[in-house]
Design a protein around this ligand. Sequence first.
Ligand code: ARG
Length: 494
Amino acid sequence: MYRSRPEGSIDREILNYLSSLKDDFAIFFYDIIGSEAHVIMLHEIGYLSREELVEILQALEEAKNHPKSIMKKDEYEDVHESIESFVVEKIGMGNGGMLQTARSRNDQVMTDLKMKVRNDINEISVLLGGLVESLLKSADSNKDTIMLLYTHLQHAQIGTFSHYLLSYTEALFRDMERLEELYTRINQSPLGSLAIGGSTLSVDRNRTASLLGFDQLSINSIDATTSRDVILEYLSCLSILMITLSRIAEDLILWSTDEFKYIELADSVSSTSSAMPQKKNPDPLEILRSKSGGILGNLTASMTILKGLPSGYSRDLQELKSLVFSSTSTTESSLSILRIVIESCIVHKSRMLELAKRSFANAIDVAEFLTSKEHLDFRSAHKLVGSLVRLAICNGKHTLEDLGGKDIEQLLHASGDRISMETLKEIIVACGAENSLTLRKSKGSPSHSEQVEMILHNQMRLINFRERTRKRKQAISNAYDELSKIVRSYTLTS
Ligand code: ARG
């Protein structure tokens, strides 16, 4: 179809090697509407007669309904050539040959890709909203579910399951914000830049941009056709998001072991073993954890493809598409399965409480109590409580409460009798696992009131985020509706 200078047809094996038809399914729809906007604009500025426009639009509308048969033809390099050939076949070269006036596949493919990615950002935003909603629901019913918090995977402080869940909603809100910010950079139209240096025809780039729902132009024609930094940014956003999901998956895998037994995955999401009948395995979470590695790989591959490219389009850029499309669909399915796992998972509250109580994770609360109420400097308090823990462990005890009065007395004596045994015992009781949370004062801590506030705050954030997502989706569907109305106004009246 495009062979003007090269003579004869292209070698079959070469054609198969460079064809992107398989990946291009994902942009088929965008390529059609991009073409429709382009020819409407060409007509409006006087380069296409009404008859030519109508014929092209009718052929494009027909193509829209037959993606499979059009994309199946293996004699073409990509979606752009397939669709143009279909149009030419339908209405002849005289009219069909006008479709690519003042356009190149270079501005065309980036226009398609941007429409696809902006759609994907919106779809991912919807799924993100759903996952955050589930986390917030679970947080709300676990505000008083006391559990251990870990650093270095060792007992650290007393917290709540809700506090843990809310920590990930914070990260997911940042993922949302990153995608939203990127959206403004994605939603800029490259169309009308041609191959690299613009057109001698006075194409109205603003008109095609607005017909396709773009907010702005990607102005410089070299940049518009060549740059893919926004694509790297998109893959970075997905990679960061998938790292967050993978870490949640890792926690849930660990906490569903018999050793922890904090949670139990629903049977409906669990896999089993062909050999060991007792098995109930967290396979979907493991697959998620490993798929996140695949997305990081896609980002690395994309960066490597781009890093040595000269200015201007090179065919290497084609290879980004499959990496982008597979990253999108993996992220979407991962968001969705994690939501199912979280909504169906059983939380063993009493087990969490039991382990929290049978620990020294309240040690820091005791030390702070000594400082704030007994005016012991924090370093001395830290040393005193550390010695208490060591003593308890030496005596085979599991909590500070288990320490006998005599043991404590000896220790207090050795550290200068700055505090009485009775007072210390009272403090230890006051800092028991359940009490410990009522003592927590700082903003963002797992105290009951802070959790209530964080949940409320995040519910509001979610409402606002969903509203912004709805508006972006609406703006796009309004533009598409308007475009198809214009298309119909030509095709139906003739
Ligand atoms: N299939 C190509 C891609 O996906 C379209 C652009 C081809 N342009 C070119 N000058 N060969 O990037």
